[in-house]
Design a protein around this ligand. Structure first.
Ligand SMILES: C[S@@+](CC[C@H](N)C(=O)[O-])C[C@H]1O[C@@H](n2cnc3c(N)ncnc32)[C@H](O)[C@@H]1O
Length: 203
């Protein structure tokens, strides 16, 4: 029987599988951060679906980040994030509903958006309510149509909400929400693995 992602990732936090995600996602995330931060003047940052908060630690390491916020729906992930990286601000909330009190310059997310019932609605809400003008949204996805080796993940992970879209569809979601300068590319391609699909755009 498949379960919802919040329940499954809460269990993963208990089993320390969040450290495995950190290891597996690290190169793609570093690549995304290098892209985003190369010209960044002092900025504020949200990691949407932050897990144990490890990305926030990477962001502040080498940049002029003024505020770093993590949000995740799993209470256990947020509990762990607060313990491992207490210097950041966290919210335990459903991305389908949450909006920040103040808009930020950069919204980042790794391996989260396809778990949502309606990723388009979240992209639109980020455009409307999360980002300042000229702010950037960047997301990384390993589960997508062209990455065929990922297609059995809903079964192997036992998660019920996973949505399979193509690179062009993700790009169109950004454009439809109002983003400009939308770009997509794949990072870390190797043999049958198509790499992490990166999608980004500016408000
Ligand atoms: C694959 S993990 C990725 C975690 C982290 N971004 C990383 O790269 O290590 C997906 C995360 O998204 C969170 N998540 C999934 N659906 C969510 C939702 N509707 N609202 C908030 N968080 C959600 C899960 O709790 C989980 O921590």
């Amino acid at each position: 029987m498949k379960r919802n992602p919040i329940e499954v990732f809460g269990e993963w936090a208990d089993l320390d599988k969040d450290f495995g995600m950190e290891k597996n996602h690290k190169n793609s995330v570093q690549h995304m951060l290098d892209f985003v931060l190369k010209d960044a003047t002092p900025f504020s940052f949200i990691d949407a679906g932050c897990g144990n908060g490890w990305v926030l630690k990477e962001v502040v390491k080498t940049s002029n980040c003024q505020k770093a916020i993590g949000i995740d729906g799993s209470f256990k992930m947020i509990q762990k994030a607060k313990k491992l990286h207490p210097e950041f601000e966290y919210f335990c909330a459903d991305l389908n509903e949450w909006n920040p009190e103040q808009k930020v310059d950069i919204v980042h997310s790794m391996e989260v958006f396809y778990y949502l019932e309606d990723p388009r609605a979240l992209i639109q809400r980020i455009f409307d309510y999360w980002l300042k003008t000229a702010g950037r949204l960047i997301i990384g996805l390993d589960f997508y149509l062209e990455n065929q080796v990922s297609h059995d993940w809903p079964e192997s992970c036992g998660i019920d909400t996973m949505k399979l879209f193509s690179e062009n569809e993700w790009s169109q979601f950004f454009t439809d929400a109002g983003f400009h300068s939308v770009k997509t590319w794949r990072f870390g391609k190797e043999n049958n693995w198509e790499g992490t699909l990166i999608v980004t755009g500016l408000k």
